[in-house]
Write a protein that binds this ligand. Structure first.
Ligand code: DHE
Length: 516
């Protein structure tokens, strides 16, 4: 006879404490906002990939206490603490059904604002439309539209959850597009201060790029493994490009950029050793050819937005372009050396000597005089792991200086009219420090500490390089406006965890001191 003890013990444990059924709890309390399969709806996506930036205890806290200034209510009076814990753990587990977001989902998601059709091509405000700066506030998911001459807000409005990557402007500065990590692409009419349209292109999205003719908006996805091209006019779907390498493997897309002088998009791929170039001016791409040169025998890739696979020796998922978009400078994943890729030739032409974990995507370039008095173009990159900034000569590709900093940094910024580079110390105990570096001597000339103990990050200039705006990346944070020459504080504007700031002139004119 089998022993009854384990069965009885199980029953007693069961009576004392049945483990909460997290899936059932999700269906009852969360599904209406976060959607079936946790794909996100009014509330954000709750899949492991989407939650990479949220610590589990913070997820439990958000369920218990809700999130201020959002629709997320507090559940601590409705759910027991072990139920909250179980739910918070469960959302980090992979879903039963593999998440899907295909062309039909993309088309069905599109929302067009009837109030924003055929509006006058004239700003509704008096401010210089080319000196507007957008501030993305992560604390409560808002954007502030700032008049860059007087540094006063014109408008503040709610956005989708967790925008990431830079908003991208049309060349005239009228329209701007941005992406949320949940896959929503928004088109905004900056002159009429209205959302024009929104389309959801994926489940976990990285960023967006706009073709220099304004015709296409290209979005980069982690999930699914796709690039999605939308029509710049109304965000209708043009093409879903499945990301499959020459080796047959699929890949997440780290980011996509507009290489304006080449009339093409360039995509950085996370899981395959390739970089993709996607011309948008109708020129053909020939199957199997890795360089720009055409061949009579080669067969062109069919359809619009063909893909040129540039096959590399190593992965290249975080990189920087020179100002002409002839070269890509990228960190290698498997070697301490970085790689310099010539885009036309489609191959590596040099190696870079880089320490730690350079964040080349945040690099900037400028001209300086070398020891012999000759002009030299340099590129500088912050480092996500070590307290240093690497400065590279863009002719010889040699590291000419490693500037020690008070900790690893995330963003670097300058402006053509400014003698200084501003470098944050994003990680570690000195994250309240902002270094100011002389572009000629490559020496730190000032260490600003806007608010002791509070993270100071990401600088953007106004169009003239007169003011430098620093983010205090805290829930009750601020935007601090400095005189970019005297380094004196001019004013502070309260903001909710402001991170990125984007000036229309600097972005549309490809200022060498900022990202594009
Ligand atoms: Fe970003 C831009 C990648 C984490 C804030 N970030 C970018 C771009 C890339 C990138 C490739 C360029 C896109 C573009 O130009 O449109 N970021 C990554 C990462 O791989 C990383 C380290 C981890 C991740 O999972 O994404 C990462 N990024 C962050 C953050 O934690 C930050 C600070 C807050 C957040 O948004 O989650 C952050 N990233 C930003 C900002 C930009 C950005 C503000 C735009 C900078 C600009 O001035 O153009």
């Amino acid at each position: 006879m089998k022993s009854l003890i384990p069965i009885l013990a199980g029953a007693i444990v069961g009576l004392a404490h049945a483990a909460p059924d997290a899936e059932k709890l999700y269906e009852t309390h969360c599904l209406s906002c976060h959607a079936p399969n946790r794909l996100g709806g009014m509330g954000p996506t709750l899949l492991p990939e989407s939650l990479a930036h949220l610590k589990k205890p913070d997820a439990a806290k958000a369920i218990a206490e809700g999130l201020p200034a959002t629709q997320m209510p507090a559940f601590k009076d409705i759910l027991k603490s072990d139920e909250i814990k179980a739910l918070a753990a469960w959302i980090y587990t992979p879903p039963k059904l593999p998440p899907k977001w295909d062309a039909e989902d993309i088309k069905a998601s599109r929302i067009v604002n009837a109030d924003a059709v055929d509006l006058p091509a004239k700003p509704v405000f008096k401010a210089d439309p080319m000196n507007i700066t957008l501030v993305v506030e992560h604390g409560d998911h808002h954007i502030t539209v700032l008049d860059g001459d007087v540094m006063e807000p014109i408008l503040r409005f709610p956005t989708r959850y967790a925008l990431h990557g830079g908003p991208k402007f049309t060349p005239d500065g009228r329209f701007v597009y941005w992406a949320s990590r949940d896959g929503w692409i928004t088109k905004f009419d900056l002159w009429n201060l209205k959302v024009v349209a929104e389309t959801r292109v994926g489940i976990n999205t990285r960023n967006v790029a706009v073709s220099s003719d304004g015709r296409y908006v290209m979005a980069a996805n982690y999930l699914p493994h796709t690039l999605v091209a939308l029509d710049g006019k109304d965000l209708s779907l043009v093409k879903v490009i499945p990301v499959v390498g020459n080796n047959g493997k699929t890949s997440r897309v780290s980011a996509v950029y507009d290489a304006r002088p080449r009339n093409s998009f360039i995509a950085a791929l996370k899981d395959i050793p390739e970089v993709w170039e996607i011309p948008y001016d109708g020129r053909p791409v020939y199957k199997g050819l890795v360089h720009d040169f055409q061949s009579k025998e080669a067969i062109p890739e069919p359809g619009p937005l063909p893909v040129r696979h540039i096959v590399l020796e190593d992965y290249l998922d975080d990189f920087f372009f020179d100002q002409n978009y002839d070269y890509i400078l990228g960190a290698s994943r498997t070697s301490p050396k970085g790689q310099v890729i010539h885009l036309g030739a489609g191959r590596k032409v040099a190696e870079l000597d880089l320490a730690g974990m350079p964040h080349l995507g945040s690099g900037i370039t400028w001209d300086r005089k070398d020891a012999e008095g000759n002009m030299q173009r340099v590129m500088a990159s912050p480092n996500l792991k070590d307290g240093l900034i690497s400065v590279i000569d863009m002719k010889t590709w040699k590291t000419i200086k490693t500037i020690p900093t008070e900790g690893p940094g995330f963003f670097l910024r300058s402006h053509e009219n400014s003698p200084y580079v501003w470098a944050d110390v994003f990680f570690g105990k000195n994250r309240d420090v902002m270094h100011v570096i002389d572009k000629q001597t490559l020496e730190i000339v000032a260490n600003l500490k806007p608010i002791p103990g509070k993270t100071a990050t990401h600088v953007e200039f106004d169009r003239y390089g007169k003011y430098a705006l620093v983010s205090i990346w805290e829930m009750d944070g601020a935007l601090i406006v400095y005189d970019a020459n005297t380094l004196k504080e001019i004013k502070r504007l309260p903001m909710k965890r402001p991170v990125g700031k984007y000036n229309v002139w600097n972005k549309t004119r490809l200022s060498e001191g900022t990202s594009h």
